[in-house]
Design a protein around this ligand. Structure first.
Ligand SMILES: [Zn+2]
Ligand SMILES: [Zn+2]
Length: 99
């Protein structure tokens, strides 16, 4: 079995066919191997997503800002659309009291 020195740390030996020694291979991976289920932001794909969300902190904040703007615009639109109808909805002919 040919053992080669790890090109990264040059201290540990590694097996033939491996790119790094076991130690470096482990370090090369993401530091939090225990959190392998961490999802990456679906928006930028670079930062880890917040727990329970699919966006990172930055994108989530941005989305919140966008949503706030949208809902505001939506509200204005809805208010405009509802204005003429509201009066009619309030006065339903409910003459169920036939005495
Ligand atoms: Zn190494
Ligand atoms: Zn992001």
């Amino acid at each position: 079995m040919a053992l080669k020195k790890c090109p990264k740390c040059e201290v540990n030996y590694m097996r033939e066919g491996e790119a790094l020694c076991a130690l470096c291979a482990r370090l090369h991976k993401r530091p939090s191997a225990a959190e392998e289920e961490t999802l990456f932001c679906s928006e930028c794909g670079e930062a880890p997503a917040l727990t329970g969300r699919d966006l990172c902190e930055t994108c989530f904040a941005e989305q919140k800002r966008q949503t706030a703007l949208e809902s505001l615009a939506d509200k204005v639109r809805r208010d405009e659309a509802n204005a003429p109808i509201e009066g009619r909805l309030g006065e339903e002919p409910s003459d169920a009291d036939d005495d």
